[in-house]
Design a protein around this ligand. Structure first.
Ligand code: ADP
Ligand code: MG
Length: 698
C-alpha cells in the first residue's frame, strides 16, 4: 500500500464510476445541466434537444475512464440484468477511427433481444424490443480487466410500448404512488415542494463457500443449490456464527465488495455474519426505489465477481443447503412525500400524524386485499423451499405492528375521540398527538413476513436471488390503489365543506374494522397461527403455481389498469413467463438429480459394496467368525442402493410427464435415500464435497 492510497478515504472515490449530478455539472453546459437535473428530480419529462449534448458528455467522461463501449443495461423478465455492448468507434475515412455517441443512441436502443421471455407479448416474427434511457438512474462504468464499459440504465419495451421488463412497471408504479401522495398532500394541506417517491433499502443475505468445493458440485454450478447433502452434526445449533467475528478471508471479500459498490455510488452500510455457518448479510442506506432496485441488481452481480477474486463462490439461491437456514432479502419500503418527509414516520404534530395514520391504514387495507398478490410477487422455485420453513416467514402474509401501534389502531377502531386521553380513551385523528414512537421498538418480531419497523415496512419474505422490482411494484400499486380511494372520499368531503379530520377518522375506522384480520403480532412460525389464519380467511399459498394465479385475478387486473402500471395482456404475459420459469427449473433440477445419482453417486456405492463383500469374505475366511455388524452394514448399503436405483427410475418416469409436483416429490424421495447413503459410505470416496466441508470457511 502506498502512502497516497493509505490517505485516500471512501469519500474520495465514492461514486467515481457514476455519471452523477456532480460529474454532469463539469461536463454539461449550464442549460443542459439544469434541464437534466430538473428532469431527474421530477421524474421527467426530458427535453430531447439536450440529448446530443448529454451523450457527448457521457462519452467523454466514460472514455476518460477507459471505456471503449457503451451498453443499454436492462432488466428482462428473467429477473437478471442484460447488456449488449457497442463500441464508440466510427470510421474516419482515413483508415482511423473517431469516438462517437449520439443522443439518439443514448435515448433508444434496439438490442434485437428476441430471445428474452415475453410470455407471448412478442412473437418472434415481430420481435423488436426497444431499450429506452432512464435518466433517473445514473449511467455508470463497469470495469473489466482490460477496459471499461459505459452502462446506461434503460427500460425495455415492445413495439407498442408494452413492458417486456421489470423497470417499466416499477417506474409506472412509482408514478402512481407519487400521483396519489400528491393528491393526499393537496387535500390535507401539506406542502408540495417536490415529487413524492417510494424508498427502498434492500438487505441481502448470501452464502460464501470455497470455490474449489463449488466447482466440484455440479448441482451448485448448474442450479445454485445442493440437490443432495447430509446435514452435518454441527451447523447452526449454537448460533455461534450470527454477528460473530468475521473471518479474515471473508472480511477481505466484504472490503473488496464495499469498495467496488461505493465506486458505483451504491451506499452499502452494514455487513455481518448471519445465522447459518457460511452465511452473511449486506445492507445499504435506503434510496429512491428505482435506484435501490438497480443497486441491488448490481450488488448481486458484483458479489459473485468479487467472490471469485478471493477464491470463493457467492451463493444467492434461497436454499442452497437443505436443513440449514436459507437466504432472504428484506425489502424496506416507505414513501417520501411531496413535503420531503418520510410518510411512514409519525410526526411531531397531529397534522403529520394524520398522514402517517392514513399511510399506515392504507398499507393495512392494501395488504389484506392483495395478500395473495403480494405472495405471488415473491414466488419462485427457490423461495418455495424457504417460505414456511422454520427460519423464514410463512407463505401466509400478515402484518406486524407492535404493541404501541396496535394500541393506537385499537383506539381508532373504537371511534372518533370524545376526549383526547391516551390511556384507555380514544384518539382523535388530526387533533391529538401520537406518543413518540421509538425508532427501534423493543418488541421486534422476526417471524413476520411484513413488519412495521419504526419508520418503514419491512417485507421479509422476498427471496435472496429475486429482483426487488416485483415486490416493490406490487406494494406501490396496491397502496396507490387504496390512497386513490381515500383521496376521492376526502376530496368529496372537502368540496362539501365537511370537517376533514372527521372524514379521515371515519375512513380509518372503517379500514381497521374491515381489515384488522391481516394484523398478527404473535409468532408466525407456529402451527396455531396456520390454523388461526385459516379461520381468518387469509390465504396460505404454499407453492409458486398456487401463488402465481393471483396475477390473473380480475380485481388485480382492474387495479393495475386503473393505476396504469400493467395492462391485462402485460399481466397475463408475466403469469405465463413465471410459470414457465418455475416449471423449467423444476425439470432441470429433477433431470440433474437423476443424472448425478445414477452416474456419479450410485457407482461409488456399488464399488463400496464389492469392497465390503470381499472384505467380509476374506476376514471371515481367516478368522473363522461371522462378521455380523459388517454384514448388516453391507445389507443396509445394498438396500439403499437398490432403493436409490428404483427412485432414479421413478424420477425418470416423472420427467417424461409434465407434473412439476411429481418431479419435486421424486427429487425429495431420491434425496432422502442418497443422503442416507452419504452416512454409510466412506467419506473419502463420497464423490461430492460434504456440507461440513463446504459450510465452514477456513
Ligand atoms: P432495522 O433495524 O429495522 O433492520 P435499519 O436501520 O438497520 O433497521 O434498516 C434496515 C434497512 O432499512 C436499511 O437498508 C435502511 O436503509 C432501510 N430503511 C431505513 N429507513 C427507510 C425508509 N424510510 N425507506 C426505506 N428503507 C429504509
Ligand atoms: Mg431487516
Amino acid at each position: 500500500m502506498t502512502a497516497e492510497s493509505r490517505q485516500e478515504t471512501v469519500a474520495d472515490y465514492y461514486g467515481e464510476n457514476v455519471f452523477g449530478l456532480k460529474v454532469m455539472r463539469n461536463y454539461l453546459s449550464e442549460k443542459a445541466y439544469k434541464s437534466l437535473s430538473e428532469a431527474i428530480k421530477n421524474n421527467g419529462p426530458l427535453d430531447p434537444s439536450i440529448a446530443d449534448e448529454v451523450a457527448e458528455a457521457m462519452k467523454n467522461w466514460a472514455v476518460s475512464k477507459g471505456a471503449t463501449h457503451y451498453t443499454h443495461w436492462f432488466q428482462p423478465l428473467t429477473g437478471l440484468t442484460a447488456e449488449k455492448h457497442d463500441s464508440f468507434i466510427e470510421l474516419d475515412g482515413e483508415g482511423g477511427v473517431i469516438l462517437e455517441f449520439s443522443g439518439d443512441a443514448l435515448i433508444q436502443g434496439e438490442p434485437d433481444a428476441s430471445s428474452f421471455p415475453s410470455g407471448g407479448l412478442r412473437p418472434t416474427f415481430e420481435a423488436r424490443g426497444y431499450t429506452g434511457w432512464d435518466p433517473t438512474s445514473p449511467a455508470f462504468i463497469k470495469e473489466g480487466s482490460q477496459g471499461a464499459t459505459l452502462c446506461i440504465p434503460t427500460y425495455f419495451v415492445g413495439w407498442n410500448g408494452e413492458a417486456l421488463d421489470k423497470k417499466t412497471p416499477l417506474l409506472r408504479s412509482m408514478k402512481s404512488i407519487s400521483r396519489q401522495a400528491f393528491r393526499l398532500a393537496k387535500v390535507l394541506g401539506i406542502k408540495t415542494a417536490q415529487t413524492a417517491f417510494s424508498t427502498l433499502g434492500g438487505e441481502q443475505e448470501y452464502f460464501l463457500i470455497d470455490s474449489d468445493f463449488y466447482n466440484e458440485r455440479i448441482d451448485l454450478v448448474q442450479t445454485g443449490r445442493t440437490l443432495f447433502g447430509k446435514e452435518p452434526a454441527k451447523h447452526q445449533q449454537m448460533a455461534d456464527h450470527y454477528f460473530g467475528a468475521i473471518k479474515e478471508r471473508v472480511i477481505g471479500f466484504m472490503e473488496d465488495l464495499d469498495r467496488e459498490m461505493w465506486k458505483l455510488g451504491a451506499p452499502l452500510k452494514t455487513r455481518h455474519n448471519e445465522v447459518a455457518p457460511g452465511q452473511f448479510e449486506v445492507a445499504p442506506i435506503f434510496e429512491n426505489q428505482n435506484l435501490g432496485v438497480d443497486h441491488n441488481m448490481l450488488t448481486m452481480e458484483v458479489m459473485q465477481k468479487v467472490a471469485k477474486r478471493h477464491g470463493l463462490a457467492c451463493l444467492l439461491h434461497e436454499k442452497p443447503f437443505a436443513g440449514i437456514n436459507g437466504s432472504g432479502k428484506h425489502c424496506n419500503w416507505s414513501v417520501t412525500g411531496p413535503d420531503g418527509k418520510n410518510w411512514l414516520s409519525p410526526g411531531d404534530n397531529p397534522h403529520e400524524n394524520e398522514r402517517f395514520l392514513i399511510m399506515l391504514c392504507s398499507v393495512i387495507k392494501a395488504v389484506d386485499e392483495h395478500a395473495a398478490l403480494l405472495r405471488s410477487s415473491i414466488a419462485s422455485a427457490g423461495n418455495d423451499h424457504r417460505l414456511g420453513s422454520h427460519e423464514a416467514p410463512p407463505a401466509i402474509i400478515s402484518i406486524y405492528l407492535g404493541d404501541q401501534l396496535n394500541d393506537i389502531i385499537e383506539q381508532i377502531e373504537k371511534g372518533a375521540g370524545m376526549k383526547s386521553s391516551k390511556k384507555g380513551g380514544t384518539l382523535a385523528v388530526g387533533v391529538d398527538s401520537l406518543p413518540a414512537m421509538p425508532r427501534h421498538a423493543s418488541d421486534r418480531n422476526r417471524t413476520s413476513p411484513f413488519a412495521f419497523t419504526g419508520s418503514k415496512f419491512e417485507f421479509r419474505a422476498v427471496g435472496s436471488a429475486a429482483s426487488l422490482a416485483g415486490p416493490n411494484i406490487v406494494i406501490n400499486t396496491i397502496v396507490a390503489g387504496v390512497l386513490d380511494e381515500i383521496c376521492g372520499k376526502l376530496e368529496k368531503a372537502k368540496k362539501a365543506n365537511k370537517n376533514i379530520n372527521k372524514a379521515v377518522q371515519q375512513i380509518l375506522q372503517d379500514i381497521i374494522k374491515n381489515h384488522k384480520r391481516i394484523i398478527f403480532n404473535g409468532d408466525n412460525y407456529t402451527e396455531a397461527w396456520v390454523k388461526e389464519a385459516k379461520k381468518r380467511g387469509l390465504p396460505n399459498l404454499k407453492t409458486t403455481p398456487e401463488a402465481l394465479k393471483a396475477i390473473k385475478d380480475p380485481a388485480v387486473i382492474k387495479l393495475f389498469e386503473e393505476q396504469k402500471v400493467l395492462s391485462k395482456t402485460e399481466l397475463v404475459s408475466r403469469y405465463d413467463v413465471y410459470m414457465e420459469t418455475y416449471e423449467t427449473i423444476i425439470r432441470y433440477e429433477a433431470g440433474l438429480a437423476a443424472d448425478m445419482a445414477k452416474t456419479t453417486i450410485i457407482p461409488v456405492v456399488m464399488d463400496y459394496q464389492i469392497e465390503l463383500a470381499e472384505m467380509i469374505k476374506a476376514v471371515e475366511g481367516i478368522n473363522k467368525t461371522k462378521l455380523t455388524a459388517s454384514r448388516k452394514l453391507l445389507k443396509d448399503v445394498s438396500q439403499e442402493a437398490e432403493k436409490a436405483l428404483m427412485s432414479v427410475s421413478n424420477l425418470g418416469t416423472a420427467l417424461k410427464g409434465s407434473s412439476a409436483q411429481k418431479m419435486k416429490s421424486g427429487m425429495e424421495e431420491l434425496r432422502e435415500i442418497i443422503d442416507t447413503l452419504e452416512g454409510l459410505v466412506p467419506a473419502d470416496s463420497w464423490p461430492l464435497p460434504s456440507y461440513a466441508e463446504m459450510l465452514f470457511i477456513t
